[in-house]
Write a protein that binds this ligand. Structure first.
Ligand SMILES: C[S@@+](CC[C@H](N)C(=O)[O-])C[C@H]1O[C@@H](n2cnc3c(N)ncnc32)[C@H](O)[C@@H]1O
Length: 199
């Protein structure tokens, strides 16, 4: 049975935060639905993100921070397939993951996928078009003593994209943020979103 997310007295667009943990997306613009398996999380739905009990095209924005790196490509295809189904046409899936150059991408033994900027372009066959990428040299919001240096390095990394190659020389890029827009024309016809639902 599908959950009804829109209510009569709340007309805000729906945002789902997949694997929200204890840092659920904060917004007054969206009605935020946190999704997580863990009882210790701030989730509104304690379910697997692989099995979304939501109507087709009922979601206006999907968000996941430090979540999808926990899955291999086979499971990423299943995850994206479910998100493709519930997102409305043209809506955005915002993804934040550790960058492959950062030690934190490897220190967690449960990580199974590693990301560069180009990785997101290679995932477009799942029916999403990359509309924006952004490198964060340090975790946002930066609370250290050198905000001007961090701002400058962030600027350089995002202005001169070839610098990504040399990011290990500056201790790695902490994370990458990517906006992907649901777009049918990006679909590889050999891959059908929805076919692997109920994983
Ligand atoms: C590294 S935490 C990230 C939490 C939060 N997004 C953040 O930025 O701090 C990953 C979260 O994903 C949740 N999780 C793992 N597998 C999941 C699944 N299949 N469905 C939903 N949540 C899942 C875990 O319980 C955990 O809270």
């Amino acid at each position: 049975m599908n959950i009804q997310m829109k209510s009569k007295d709340d007309y805000r667009p729906i945002l789902i935060d997949l694997g929200c943990g204890n840092k659920k997306y904060q917004s007054s613009v969206y009605k935020v639905i946190g999704i997580d398996l863990s009882d210790d999380s701030d989730a509104d739905l304690y379910i697997s993100a692989f099995d979304l009990p939501l109507e087709d095209e009922s979601v206006d924005y999907a968000y996941s921070r430090h979540f999808i790196e926990h899955f291999d490509i086979e499971n990423l295809e299943k995850l994206f397939s479910g998100i493709f189904r519930v997102l409305s046409q043209g809506s955005t899936f915002e993804i934040i993951v550790p960058h492959v150059s950062c030690i934190s991408a490897f220190q967690d033994p449960t990580h199974k996928s590693y990301f560069t900027r180009n990785t997101f372009y290679k995932l477009q066959y799942l029916g999403f078009k990359v509309t924006e990428t952004r490198f964060h040299w340090f975790r946002k919001p930066y609370k250290g003593r050198f905000p001007i240096v961090v701002k400058f390095v962030d600027y350089m990394l995002n202005r001169f994209l070839f610098l990504e190659r040399f990011s290990p020389c500056i201790g790695g890029i902490y994370e990458i943020r990517c906006l992907m827009e649901k777009n049918n024309s990006m679909l590889d016809k050999s891959f059908t979103p929805g076919k692997n639902l109920n994983y």
